[in-house]
Design a binder for this molecule. Structure first.
Ligand SMILES: Cc1ncc(C[n+]2csc(CCOP(=O)(O)OP(=O)(O)O)c2C)c(N)n1
Length: 374
């Protein structure tokens, strides 16, 4: 007889899910290995980062799902609102719903019991699944998400898995390995501006994708060279490189991401996720002006302490470079270096707003990427 876990995997497969971004919950420890055996799985380190990766996967023409613990929804609300709901990007989320059914962990209860009200207030569609008899509702939730281009959360009660075997899968063997990091970096006085760096990139791309970070970077790219293969972020700070990773995983063009020091420091999980995926067709251009430039140049800790290139290396990204000049940046871009640390001057530029609503940015981009899709 089909177990509840097997039924969930069958529903995911029947809905042509290509990628599953996951973060564990004890209640779904039998489900997760079953999913990863038949669907390309991306282990997450923070759920919000999964929103960016899954958005990139969808924009790249593939179908993602997220499988997480319901507590993670608390880490996702801004991104669900400012990315998925703003652009109309689908995302089915299977959330192991903690805090409400036979819950022994006190810390789960506060958020868990309020989740339906929180999702409702945030305008996020959700379905409660209280027993294994209701698992077909997952199918309906996934279809709703893709047909209506919106996130849809299935809150799956632990009651669903009560009849399942509680055997814990054997842990993977840990292979011995050597890690080595030897690096001395000089960060000189900045000469380039972010505008110079974006101009250098925009002059080099042809069939490549550019994902531009929110705020001034997106507006500068629009002004320098608007093109259909530019994806302009309007919100979801911290997720530019995550969207880039999802795009690189889902399709074959090279993806350049214009990211910023403030944004990368908000979500360094993006770097560990990229470091976890070898050979992706992705270059992160981390424009480090040592400031939250778009909000008035408030300083970030790259001014004195943190070297983003070393952070990238420590996150597992081996192919890195620093660029102080447009010539150095050009060389790194042509070499498709994975992480390019651009040392830039903070300039508080006033740029006009991008005169395109989010839905149009998405549609134009997806059409250019896959002209045959409807
Ligand atoms: C969660 C969240 N916090 C704060 C902001 C406000 N905000 C928008 S852009 C930005 C600065 C981004 O700085 P950085 O990534 O360094 O890029 P820069 O503007 O310097 O190019 C901030 C703080 C936001 N949009 N979202």
């Amino acid at each position: 007889m089909e177990s509840p876990e097997q039924k969930v995997v069958r529903i995911l497969k029947e809905n042509n899910i290509d990628f599953a971004a996951t973060l564990p919950c004890d209640r779904i420890k039998a489900l997760l290995p079953l999913i990863s055996r038949s669907i390309f799985s991306i282990p997450l380190t923070r759920e919000e980062n999964g929103i960016g990766i899954c958005a990139g996967i969808y924009l790249g023409g593939k179908r993602p799902v997220m499988v997480i613990q319901s507590t993670g929804l608390g880490n996702m609300i801004n991104a669900l609102g400012s990315l998925n709901l703003t652009y109309g990007i689908p995302l089915p989320v299977l959330a192991s719903w903690r805090g409400v059914y036979k819950e022994s962990i006190e810390a789960q209860r506060h958020l868990g019991k309020r989740l339906p009200a929180i999702l409702d207030a945030a305008g996020i569609a959700f379905t409660m699944i209280n027993s294994s008899d209701e698992l077909d509702k997952i199918d309906t939730a996934i279809k709703d998400s893709f047909e209506n281009s919106r996130p849809h959360v299935a809150l799956v009660s632990p009651a669903v898995w009560e009849s399942s075997s509680s055997d814990v899968p054997e842990p993977l063997e840990i292979a011995p390995r050597t890690s080595e990091m030897c690096s001395k970096a000089e960060i000189g006085k900045p000469v380039m501006t972010r505008y110079d760096a974006i101009k250098t990139l925009a002059a080099l791309v042809n069939e490549d994708i550019i994902v531009a970070n929110l705020g001034v970077p997106a507006k500068e790219l629009y002004e320098i060279r608007d093109r259909e293969l530019n994806f302009y972020m309007l919100g979801s700070m911290g997720l530019a490189s995550s969207i880039g990773l999802g795009l690189a995983l889902a399709q074959e063009r090279h993806v350049y991401v214009i990211d910023g020091d403030g944004s990368l420091l908000m979500n360094p999980n993006a770097l560990t996720a990229i470091g976890d995926h070898d050979n992706v067709n992705l270059s992160i251009i981390a424009i480090d002006n040592a400031a939250y430039g778009s909000t008035g140049n408030q300083e970030t800790c790259t001014r004195t302490r943190i070297d983003l290139e070393l952070l990238a290396k420590a996150s597992g990204i081996e192919d890195t470079a620093k660029a102080h000049t447009q010539e150095e940046l050009k060389e790194a871009l042509l070499g498709r270096v994975k992480f390019i640390h651009v040392i830039a001057r903070p300039v508080y530029a006033k740029c006009r707003e991008i005169p395109m609503p989010a839905g149009e940015i998405k549609q134009r981009f997806m059409k250019a990427l896959n002209p045959l899709a409807s």
